[in-house]
Design a binder for this molecule. Structure first.
Ligand code: ADP
Ligand code: MG
Ligand code: ZN
Length: 743
């Protein structure tokens, strides 16, 4: 008997006929992008590589030819969870269920038998398989006995360690296909592929005579921005503001750790935003519910680790915020790519702190060296993206091997919207390129910068580079300057990074031409995020919520006057951090006041009035535009324990017991109680003091605070230590004192 599959027959199809099948199978009138060419390529039996962004319509590139060709197409896909969806979706277009099946470890024996029968009878045109399925001996034998039209490898970047989702099983695909038969055409598809990943795919699948189709990765409807992550509080404020400007719209916030998903979601919730956490540690039921609620718009914002998004296809996600910077540009591109899939506006805002990179590096500590090095290189690109003052879009597209003119960004990134000043750097570029050449194109950015500024590291001395004439020629300019320049030289193709060789910088033809014929070169300095936390940066990206020093002075003066009037110490009215908050967010009503840290309802009502009046006048006189909705409610992270502390004290429980039931140490409990009374809530701890501290001691400390110029425990201790009074006693009495004063 002649085996059918020895007579596979491939040829292109008339365009008109292909359009008809598109219409009859899928109901679409036209092909998107280069779908038609791609389909023709596989129909004619050529190995075909498809690189198309998420949402571009990759599935149709294999679905349609699979329906048209004799036999069954094998679709290799990494995620078992998504196979069912894909099968359901293709069945939706067909009359019979048998047209598409999946074969993976989740099926029962009976189900497997049914699948194989449908494949044998020729009714099944698409069979989704996991790479593991392919490795099974019995499956290989089965596939050998039936007609396979072609193999489609979806998410093909999983082949490469240089992608963002390496899966070792993908490396075995070629061998499996060879075991199944000869000359089976392969289609590989992915939504992200740097030049390196692309070449890995081609090599690994040995795609002979491959035809590649790369769509543009430009997502013109997305706006990109990177903001410095100055402090947690500040970042939370900015996020709340971003979301409130888009009330009712859908968005995703990506964070690194599971624990942060809960924390951030909670903050958003207390600020009136419909948010829910999502991470791989949640049980399947909860995860499904969160996804469904998001799709049904019961939830507006998902705070997720990267576990979220695979297969989620909500077309109208309007913003993607990266609370933590991602591990690679591929991840970043994928995650931001979930915004604006309907072609309408989408904002992609990332918060960047160099500290976060260090955190990522720490995670890698125990990984093998090769993996660490690889991750380090991927992260270096993320750092470069974050710090660049060049067009973000240009950077991203350059990363994926696409060229792009900055003008075409149309101000849809922060750097194009607020460009940094450009300076002439033709002479400096010549110096830098000259050094690259002199050192035989053998070094990466970091080393070259060190060489240019003349850092005498051990390595420099070992190589005797510190003896060279050009060593340190750039020392008048700092690290930041040369780093910016080298990066921009790469972005503008004077240099290229050799990713096969640890990111060594090589001269391009354009770079050599420049050395022969130097010309003008304009560059701008990178953003400098190395400012210490706490320092106020009014960066291009931040919303300008900065402390108003003038107002701060006025508030302090008012506090003093009020204190005198009432015969109490100023700090009893409001602590400095509260005033700072007021001088930043301009609260002009009692309600606004409640959002200021350390201000409770009691305190706002008792002392707030004159402060509100002052701020109101100040805002009008100086025509200040109040940062809208900027005042965010303080995190309720500890609110649960706060409530239980207050309840415990109401019930006159020993503090030790309250500490135990709140799972904190006694000192922590005292700190917590101090925060409670400082914000104006009364805590009557007389019952505890009576049992635990001598009456005279209580009185002495109490008197001290009535006279003291500051609330400082240390100062009180210095003053009172000779009387054998302990810090703990001072702390306790101060709580009583603050509590008495507050209400
Ligand atoms: P990808 O796998 O590239 O992320 P999909 O294959 O899931 O994208 O396709 C994204 C969306 O585009 C799907 O909703 C699909 O139905 C739609 N689509 C694909 N091709 C066409 C077409 N030719 N015309 C209209 N819509 C299409
Ligand atoms: Mg897809
Ligand atoms: Zn731009």
């Amino acid at each position: 008997m002649i085996n059918m599959c020895q007579f596979r027959f491939y040829s292109t199809m008339q365009s008109q006929k292909l359009h008809q099948s598109l219409q009859s199978y899928f109901g679409f009138d036209t092909f998107k992008d280069r779908q038609e060419e791609i389909i023709q390529s596989i129909l004619s039996g050529k190995d075909t590589l498809v690189i198309m962004p998420t949402g571009g319509g990759k599935s149709l590139c294999y679905q349609l030819p699979a329906l048209l060709l004799n036999g069954t197409a094998l679709i290799i896909s990494p995620l078992i969870a998504l196979m069912k969806n894909q099968v359901d979706s293709i069945r939706g277009y067909a009359k019979e269920d048998e047209v598409a099946h999946f074969l993976n470890s989740s099926l029962s024996k009976t189900q497997v038998r049914q699948v194989k029968q449908d494949v044998k009878s020729g009714g099944t045109k698409l069979l989704y398989v996991a790479p593991e399925t392919l490795t099974k001996e019995e499956n290989i034998a089965f596939f050998k006995s039936v007609e396979i039209s072609f193999v489609a490898v979806d998410e093909a970047h999983c082949i490469s360690e240089w992608g963002h989702d390496f899966r070792p099983e993908y490396r075995k695909i070629r061998a499996m296909i060879d075991a199944i038969g000869d000359n089976i055409p392969i289609m590989a598809l992915t939504a992200t592929a740097t030049p390196k990943v692309k070449s890995d795919i081609i090599k690994n699948l040995s795609m002979d005579d491959v035809r590649s189709f790369t769509s543009s990765f430009n997502r013109q409807n997305l706006y990109y921005e990177v903001r410095p992550k100055i402090s947690k509080d500040q970042t939370f404020r900015e996020m709340v503001q971003i979301i409130k400007e888009r009330t009712g719209q859908s968005g995703i916030i990506y964070v690194q750790a599971r624990k942060s998903t809960e924390e951030v979601a909670k903050i958003l919730e207390v600020n009136g935003i419909n948010a829910a956490p999502y991470h791989a540690g949640l049980d399947a039921k909860t995860r499904t519910k969160v996804q469904d609620d998001f799709l049904m718009e019961e939830i507006d914002v998902i705070v997720a680790t990267i576990a979220f998004g695979m297969g989620i296809d909500k077309p109208d996600v309007r913003f993607v915020i990266h609370y933590d910077i991602p591990k690679s540009i591929e991840n970043y591109y994928q995650e931001t790519g979930r915004a604006g899939r309907d072609g309408l506006e989408g904002s992609c805002i990332a918060f960047y702190a160099h500290k976060d990179i260090l955190k990522l590096e720490k995670f890698l500590k125990d990984k093998p060296l090769s993996e660490r090095e690889l991750s380090a290189q991927l992260m270096e690109e993320v750092i470069a993206y974050s710090e660049t003052s060049q067009c973000r879009r240009k950077f991203l597209l350059h990363y994926f091997g696409e060229s792009f003119k900055t003008e075409d960004c149309q101000k849809k990134c922060d750097n194009c919207k607020r460009p940094k000043e450009m300076q002439e750097a033709g002479g400096e570029l010549k110096i830098a390129l000259g050094v690259v050449e002199e050192l035989n194109e053998n070094y990466g950015i970091k080393f070259l910068v060190e060489y240019l500024v003349g850092r005498k590291t051990q390595e420099m001395k070992n190589f005797r580079f510190d003896q060279k004439k050009s060593f340190g020629t750039g020392k008048d300019r700092g690290n930041l300057y040369w780093h910016s320049l080298l990066r921009q030289a790469i972005l503008n193709n004077y240099l290229r990074k050799d990713i096969e060789k640890y990111g060594l910088l090589k001269l391009t033809n354009k770079g050599r031409a420049f050395l022969d014929n130097p010309a003008s070169f304009k560059m701008s300095m990178n953003h400098d995020y190395s400012v210490a936390p706490g320092e106020v940066i009014t960066s291009s990206g931040s919303n300008g919520a900065a402390l108003d020093e003038v107002l701060m002075g006025m508030l302090k003066k008012l506090r003093l006057e009020e204190a005198k009037k009432r015969g109490i110490k100023p700090w009893i009215i409001f602590l400095d951090p509260s005033l700072q908050d007021m001088a930043t967010y301009y609260p002009t009503s009692t309600e606004d006041m409640l959002n200021i840290s350390g201000v409770s309802k009691g305190k706002a009502e008792r002392y707030g009035g004159p402060f509100i009046d002052l701020i109101k006048n100040y805002v009008i006189e100086n025509e200040i535009e109040k940062p809208s909705d900027l005042v965010i409610r303080q995190v309720a992270d500890k609110s649960r324990s706060k409530v239980s502390i207050i309840q415990g004290i109401d019930r006159k429980l020993p503090l030790e017991d309250i500490a135990i039931s709140s799972k904190m140490s006694l000192p922590d409990l005292l700190d917590e109680m101090n925060i409670i009374v400082s914000s104006g809530t009364k805590l009557d701890i007389n019952y505890y003091l009576e049992d635990n501290i001598d009456e005279d001691v209580v009185e002495e400390i109490y008197d001290y605070f009535q006279e003291a110029d500051s609330e400082s425990i240390e100062a009180a201790f210095d003053e009172l230590k000779e009387e054998d009074i302990t810090k703990e006693e001072i702390q306790l009495v101060r709580i009583k004192f603050m509590s008495d004063m507050a209400n």
